[in-house]
Design a protein around this ligand. Structure first.
Ligand code: NDP
Length: 332
């Protein structure tokens, strides 16, 4: 009899209504890709929540298994690149979007999507970081490349309790920056100060900026995971020569802007993508996360371990913007 494995399956049960269930699937139902992995851990990202609730910009066809992150061991590699038992890490590309994803005990992927699990990181730690950690590291790299230094002043992080936001807070604090963490969950202030935030601000602090063309310079640099109107509110409050690494759209994709912060203060809008980034560059950033940028005990502070059965409940939480830190799905 053909082997089966457990997976989350999202189905459109009525027009526009999506249901997430734990099901048994057959190996033969996976896409015909050369690299078969036994997944030990996955994680939940905002994009998985969008896929789980029927966002067709992320996933075109249902039923579907979300999960843009996975780590596990090689079962078979028909490309000849890897050997059975090798520990590999996968984030992004098409995993969990239109290719059956990591919220499952097995994935079948092109060999060019995976990289060896960096030495120094456990499988679980790699999923505490996951796409969120890679993205946060890319945001920090963008700021450093633009010249950011701790003595410049405060760095603002929006969506600070979320996956990308909380890891950005940890990384920036580790590198000596004073972080102003913006959140809609002031009740989680201690979580943010434990990660190293210098101060915690209510999301509402930025709202009055919306009616002004510019506001007084408040932050030297910023990481924005929220997008929408928040992104331009951040841009108009940056100090002269500052910049914002923009990676997210948790509050929306559109924003209205004017040119004043760019032409009067020389600020920069720095775009960040972690999904289609070439594998060599991804590998280099992962080596950094496992090496000089290893955030040590903060990893446990960030993580909540959940089972595959619990994934639907936690995806709903992320979808409502109620997530805190990172959720690791343990299938070991
Ligand atoms: P999470 O769901 O973990 O975190 C998002 C956080 O944003 C929430 O916890 C909340 O934090 C804040 N937020 C949610 N809704 C709103 C709102 N309406 N207005 C203001 N703030 C809000 O998501 P991730 O960390 O996984 O992802 C964050 C963003 O980054 C997403 O848009 C995601 O798509 C994007 N992303 C982009 C990548 C890239 O390659 N460019 C890769 C990974 C993620 P709080 O309550 O603290 O304010």
């Amino acid at each position: 009899m053909e082997k089966t494995f457990r997976a989350i399956r999202v189905e459109e049960v009525a027009a526009g209504k999506y249901d997430q269930q734990l099901v048994e699937r057959r190996l033969g139902e996976l896409p015909d890709n050369p690299l078969l992995l036994a997944v030990s851990h996955s994680s939940l990202n905002y994009k998985d929540a969008l896929s789980a609730f029927g966002n067709r910009a992320i996933t075109r066809e249902y039923p579907h298994t979300p999960g843009i992150d996975a780590v596990g061991s090689v079962v078979e590699d028909r490309s000849g690149t890897y050997s059975p038992g090798d520990q590999l890490l996968v984030t992004g590309y098409d995993l969990g979007m239109n290719t059956s994803g990591g919220l499952a005990e097995r994935i079948a992927i092109p060999e060019g999507w995976a990289l060896p699990l960096p030495g120094g990181l456990s499988a679980r730690e790699s999923m505490i970081l996951g796409t969120a950690g890679l993205t946060a590291a890319l945001c920090v790299e963008k700021l450093l490349e633009a010249g950011a230094k701790p003595e410049d002043g405060e760095v603002l992080v929006t969506g600070a309790t979320g996956g990308v936001g909380s890891i950005a807070v940890s990384l920036l604090a580790k590198l000596g920056f004073r972080v102003a963490a913006v959140t809609g969950k002031l009740e989680s202030s201690e979580f943010l100060t434990d990660l190293g935030a210098w101060k915690v601000l209510d999301r509402e602090t930025l709202v009055p900026f919306a009616s002004k063309a510019m506001v007084k310079p408040l932050w030297a640099w910023a990481v924005d995971t929220v997008g929408g109107e928040t992104l331009f509110n951040v841009i108009k409050s940056l100090a002269y020569g500052g910049g914002v690494a923009a990676c997210g759209m948790a509050s929306g994709a559109q924003f209205q802007a004017n040119v004043f912060p760019f032409i009067l203060r020389g600020v920069s809008l720095l775009g960040v993508d972690s999904v289609e980034l070439p594998l060599g560059k991804k590998t280099a950033v992962w080596e950094k996360l496992a090496g000089d940028w290893y955030i040590g005990k903060q990893l446990d502070r960030l993580a909540e371990d959940i089972s595959l059965e619990q994934a639907p409940e936690f995806l709903a939480r992320l979808h409502r913007g109620h997530g805190i830190g990172r959720y690791v799905v343990d299938m070991a």
